[in-house]
Design a protein around this ligand. Structure first.
Ligand SMILES: NC(=O)c1ccc[n+]([C@@H]2O[C@H](COP(=O)([O-])OP(=O)(O)OC[C@H]3O[C@@H](n4cnc5c(N)ncnc54)[C@H](O)[C@@H]3O)[C@@H](O)[C@H]2O)c1
Length: 437
């Protein structure tokens, strides 16, 4: 039997710091508060509802995940947030328009207590937004120190034992790695010289990681996915996860594509289009922010279908992704997928998917799970990139030289095997010879 990993208990309060108090954050916070009061169920959350099989199929052991590994209880979560707007969490949730007013009103006093701290923000990186609740400083290093002061005050004022940070801010403009991102020294120097290669999300990520706090990125922008911050995380012990929550159309893509590939059906074309009317949609209407999102959405199919291994099936795949900002829809996104398939002897077929989803309703349980699992990882001394959390992301962060795993079912197996490994249980290979010997 393997030995269990030493994991510190989930004692005391966990501070969950969200950067951005928009649709995803307010839906997460209001959801947790409502669930805590018994007003709703945590549907979509593995940490709250998921089970994991332990041992052989004949043993009948499938405990809840929360009984297998020590996770923070929802009662012990305390939320804090930064935003460029001054609205408290109740007002921000009303603006986001995701959760019904009747439910929000029942938790109004608790939501109103969450008032966003001034943000690190620069319009250069999110062109369609501007707001008044913004920090001032001589350089980005000074702004990072102000974020660290907010973190310390939050910890002190709420008597917190541990912290996690999740970027739920808007998608920043498309950027690629630059020399300032390569080493900790170069990065810290770039903070002091106000190098444009450091967008706001990296300032928050740096603050969290320097403090040894777990950090996740719910959006597709680079943020902590650069060598300097991965190296800093290895030093300070921060676990990292990201990027871009796998919700809506990409979630469906990573469910359907592995199935088509499993049956070796060819795919000639995959056209995906969305209409979306929330603030995220408005930000993504800017071509530079959309480019960041597009890169994240498009890479999924290449990795799942592996055209280099199956050139006859996928080499000429035409994959197009469109996002259309359409205000009347609000957060209720509608996605259409048209898939042109090829079967036996080259005969064409078509599959059409019309998903009328609710973006933030799909995102909120992911934010909760990622926060709780990152806190678990911290207590288990698992530092740096947490590939076992790929399950939740469109562009999973991964070690250099590795390709990311996008298949949702392989990702889930990896996640559950990690929990078995932590607990010192046998990993499940699905070989199953022993049942027939
Ligand atoms: N909703 C989903 O299903 C989903 C899925 C995947 C990824 N995402 C990503 O998650 C992020 C949040 O989505 P959302 O729907 O909540 O968007 P949103 O526009 O409702 O909220 C984002 C919030 O971040 C704030 N913000 C922007 N820059 C900031 C900064 N530098 N500091 C502090 N606050 C800042 C904005 O003022 C806004 O209130 C987006 O980047 C989106 O692309 C969302």
């Amino acid at each position: 039997m393997p030995t269990p990993v030493d994991i510190a208990p989930a004692r005391g309060k966990l501070g969950v710091m969200l950067v951005g108090l928009g649709a995803v954050s307010t839906t997460t916070i209001a959801g947790v508060l409502a669930i805590r009061k018994g007003l709703a169920k945590p549907i979509g959350s593995l940490t709250q509802m998921g089970t994991v099989r332990l041992g052989k199929r004949t043993e009948g052991r499938s405990p809840r995940i929360s009984e297998v590994v020590p996770l923070s209880s929802l009662d012990d979560l305390v939320f804090g947030a930064w935003d460029i707007f001054e609205d408290d969490c109740y007002a921000a949730a009303r603006t986001a328009g995701v959760i019904d007013r009747t439910l929000l009103d029942r938790i109004q006093p608790d939501l109103e207590q969450i008032k966003p701290w001034p943000a690190v923000f620069d319009r250069r990186y999110v062109k369609r937004l501007d707001g008044p609740n913004v920090k001032r400083g001589h350089n980005k290093k000074e702004l990072a120190e102000q974020v660290i002061d907010d973190i310390h005050a939050f910890r002190r004022n709420n008597n917190l034992d541990r912290l996690v940070m999740v970027w739920c801010g808007s998608t920043e403009v498309f950027m690629t790695e630059s020399p300032a991102h390569q080493t900790i020294e170069a990065f810290e120097c770039a903070l002091e010289t106000n190098d444009p290669a450091i967008p706001s999300s990296m300032v928050y990520a740096y603050a969290a990681i320097r403090e040894g706090i777990p950090y996740a990125n719910a959006a597709p922008n680079l943020s902590a996915d650069i060598p300097a911050l991965v190296e800093l995380a290895a030093r300070t012990g921060s676990p990292l996860a990201g990027k871009d929550l796998k919700t809506g159309q990409t979630l469906i893509k990573t469910i359907v594509a592995p199935g088509l590939k499993a049956r070796l059906l060819g795919v000639e074309g995959w056209y995906s289009t969305n209409i979306l009317g929330n603030r995220d949609g408005e930000v993504l209407d800017d071509p530079e922010s959309f480019k960041t999102k597009e890169e994240s959405k498009k890479s999924v199919l290449d990795y799942i279908l592996q055209p280099q291994l199956y050139p006859d099936l996928y080499d000429h795949l035409c994959h197009l992704v469109r996002i259309n900002y359409y205000p009347p829809r609000g957060d209720n996104k509608e996605g259409w997928d048209n898939i042109d398939l090829v079967g036996w002897l080259g005969y064409p077929m078509q599959l059409k998917i019309n998903f009328l989803c609710r973006d933030s309703i799909l995102a909120a349980p992911i934010v909760l799970d990622v926060a709780l699992f990152l806190d678990l990882a911290r207590r288990a001394n698992m530092r740096g990139i947490q590939e076992w959390l790929s399950f939740y992301f469109k562009s999973p962060v991964h070690a250099p030289g590795l390709y990311p795993e996008h298949d949702l079912f392989i990702q889930l197996m990896k996640l559950k095997n990690t929990l078995r490994y932590l607990k010192g249980e046998e990993l499940i290979t699905h070989l199953g010879r022993e049942y027939y010997d």
